[in-house]
Every structure is written in C-alpha cells, then in structure tokens.
Write a protein that binds this ligand. Structure first.
Ligand code: SF4
Length: 435
C-alpha cells in the first residue's frame, strides 16, 4: 500500500477534521480516520487505541458516518499521523483523504436481506474518489451511499448521491437519487455493472455545474434542477423506476444480528465514545470469536461480524463487561449527544453529562431516539432525531419533537427544561415519539 508522509501534505482549509487536518477544539486536536465502508481490522483497532493513548487524551469517538475520530490530541501531530499510516489507516492517495465518504451497510456482503454484495463496487468507487485528482475538489462533506438492500441499513442520512440495489427483469440494477436517501423517489437506474460509470458521470457533472459556493448537491439542485442535471445521461427512467420503493426491514442495530451465514453482534459505546480499553477489547473478541474485524456503523456503534454462534453469548458478555451497550432496550443506547461544553467552544451545555442524567429518567424500555445538542448546529446527527433537546443555557434545554410538516427540529414540546424534566416528558413507549 502506498504510504504518504505527513510533511508533503498541506490539507485544504475546512472546518472538518481529516487525517492530516487536525482541527483544534476546547479539549485539544481532533483527527478523523475515514474507514473504507466502516471496516476496521483488529490490528488497526489496536493501533487507534495506542495512538489515542500515546498522542492524545484517550478519547475515541465513533461518528455517525461509520468513521472514527481521536480527540484531545497534543502537539505531536506527525507522530500520531505516522502511527495511523503505518497501520494502513490512510488513503491510497494522500490528497484523497477528504473524499473517502462512501457509506455502506455495516453488514454489507453478509446481510440476509441483501440483493447485492456492495463491497466490490464500493472498492471501485473509493479507488475512483481517491485516485482522481479532479474529485479531490469535492467538499469534505460530499458523500455517497451504496445500499445493497440490506435489512441493516441507514435510510435516513441524506447523501449527495445514493444508489440502491434492486432487480428488474431478473437482472441487478442500481436505482439512484440525488441529495436524499434511498427511501426517496429514484431519479433513474442503471444496470448494476454500470454503477461505477454512473458515479463518475454524476461527480463530473456536479463539478462542471456547481459554482464555488455550491459544495453540496442540494445547493446545486436548488438552482439547476434535477432534470437539467441528468439531461443527456444514459439512464433508465420508466414506470418501474418511478414506482420503485425501498423496502424497510424492521430491526435494530444492537444485540445479536442475523447474517446469511452465521451471526453478528451489534454493540454501542455509550454516547459514541470509546476508551482505548474498549477498542482493544473489541479487537481481542473479534479475533477470538469472529472474523478479526469490526465495522463501524452510522449509529455510532460497532458490528462484530461472523461470530462463532457457539460463543456469541460469551462474546456479548465480554463486550458488556467492557462497558458496551448490547441491547436496544438500554435507555442510553437510544440517546445521542454532541460533544458539548467539555470539548466544544460553541457549546451552551455539557450535553454528554446531561444525556446520562436524562437516560436515567427513561424507564419504559426503548424510547425513540433522543438527541441533545449544545448549539443549533446539531453537528453530531445527520438527520433530525425524533426528539431533540437544544441547549439554551447550562443544564437547560428546549425540547422539540420531530414533525415532518415543520422545518428544523420540529414542534416545541417544552421550554427551558432540566435534563430530568425532559427525561420525564420523554419517558414514553417508542410509538408515542416516532412519527
Ligand atoms: S452541535 Fe454545536 S456545541 Fe455541539 S459539538 Fe457541534 S458545534 Fe459544538
């Protein structure tokens, strides 16, 4: 694997952290490690744990795009980056770090419901993104989703381009859409073997048409429109495509998960934060009982794949002993929080601590997901949560319930609440909050 050296790298200016672009925060530097399809090998997990201890304060975060970041980094940026590169955690081309934004199901290639093993095409798309200098002009946030029809799939995060596997006339096709999710109406379709060419065409056309101010697909479409964007593209647009709908498979990302063969385990670090010991422990368990790899999910969780069914209970117990949340009915597993006052200068409140207080008020099993954000940016979630607490001062929040008819966080349910008061209001069975 080609390894780039830190001194050659001058990362583009961006507010987003990258491997080389270590962004300053209240608690030190942040480095983001982009994982191919969320995949992290056990050896790499140990390298991240070591790096977080040697070069930072030991806080590792799982992001909502299936990546990892290390927080609290001190002055030795070069040492940190070299350590991560040596573990194979860098891009194929140094300048391609930012564009490695391709989301897959955490069970890609293994899910019982999948229509297509997306991993080969995903590898080609990542190589295209990383190896094409022109695509390095794309925003660090520009993102593609490749959905193989898996049951375990994030269907709510908007992507600049999404592709979803289906079958027409007993052949594999990829329907696709722009600036949305696979539950939206498709714009067109191509035979699955033309998926890479479609991605290339869409990215080139985006760069041809977008102004410097338009870094995301939704911004471009607001002025140029979808029809103009796809004009002249060799794509299928007929009744079968327009009536296509992505089937949602009910389920959870936590606990024992079915694979086509064998079983997987979904586990979540509380509030998305891993200690080095947790990451090392997960690496040891996947090596011992699984296939030696971890997959990071868009729910800020980990999936350990191909676990020996005879030892799955033991593996789960070991992960729980590490502090992982292993069942969907654990209240803290349904609560997310942005970094908050302990690490972010923009924060009005300590959301991480308040989230723990709030979760303690949730007694009715599995509440719908609740997000605490310490400022209106809500940068820690990619879509509006069923319930959002927006900090207005330390320990004080406005509570909003998602309402598709309203912009922003939704309908104001309560103002100036303590975490305990908000928790009491939210202590309802799931169906009372999901819209
Ligand atoms: S949502 Fe606001 S306060 Fe929270 S981490 Fe992001 S910028 Fe900071």
């Amino acid at each position: 694997m080609k390894q780039a050296q830190p001194p050659e790298i001058s990362p583009r200016p961006s507010a987003c952290p990258g491997l080389w672009r270590i962004v300053a925060a209240r608690d030190g530097g942040i480095c983001r490690i982009k994982l191919p399809g969320g995949l992290l090998l056990a050896d790499q997990a140990e390298a991240v744990a070591d790096a977080a201890e040697r070069f930072a304060g030991g806080v590792i975060e799982a992001t909502n795009r299936g990546n990892l970041q290390i927080r609290g980094i001190g002055n030795d940026h070069r040492g940190l980056v070299e350590h991560l590169l040596a573990a194979g955690l860098g891009p194929r081309e140094a300048a391609g770090d930012d564009v490695r934004n391709l989301m897959l199901s955490p069970l890609a290639g293994l899910d019982p419901s999948m229509l297509l093993d997306t991993r080969p095409l995903a590898g080609q798309i990542l190589a295209l993104l990383e190896g094409t200098p022109r695509f390095h002009e794309l925003s660090a946030k520009f993102a593609v989703q490749l959905d193989g029809g898996e049951g375990l799939a994030m269907l709510e995060h908007p992507h600049d381009l999404w592709l979803s596997a289906t079958q027409f006339e007993q052949r594999n096709w990829l329907v696709f859409g722009l600036a949305g999710c696979p539950v939206d109406q498709a714009v067109g379709a191509v035979p699955a073997e033309q998926g890479l060419a479609l991605v290339r065409t869409v990215l080139q056309r985006f760069l041809d048409l977008a102004t410097p101010e338009q870094s995301r697909m939704r911004q471009l479409l607001a002025t140029c429109g979808v029809e103009h964007f796809i004009d002249g593209m060799d794509i299928r647009r007929d009744a079968a495509v327009s009536s296509w709908r992505r089937t949602k498979v009910p389920g959870t990302w936590l606990g024992v998960l079915a694979q086509q063969q064998g079983l997987a385990l979904g586990v979540a670090p509380p509030l998305g934060r891993l200690t080095p010991a947790m990451l090392r422990g997960a690496a040891r368990i996947t090596r011992q009982w699984g296939d030696g790899s971890l997959r990071l999910s868009p729910w800020q969780s980990l999936v350990l794949t191909s676990i020996d069914p005879a030892h799955i209970e033991l593996a789960r117990d070991q992960l729980m002993a590490l502090g992982m949340l292993c069942a969907p009915d654990v209240p803290l597993a349904r609560v997310t929080a942005c970094t908050g006052a302990s690490g972010c200068a923009k924060a009005e409140a300590d959301t991480k601590a308040d989230a723990v207080t709030l979760a303690a008020q949730l007694h009715h099993g599995a509440p719908a997901s609740v997000h605490l954000t310490a400022c209106p940016r809500s940068c820690a979630v990619a879509h509006v949560a069923p319930a959002t607490l927006l900090a207005r001062a330390s320990g004080r929040y406005d509570l909003y319930l998602r309402d598709a008819r309203l912009p922003g966080f939704g309908r104001l349910r309560g103002a100036n609440l303590t975490p305990e008061e908000a928790g009491a209001m939210l202590d309802l069975p799931t169906e009372h909050l999901d819209d």
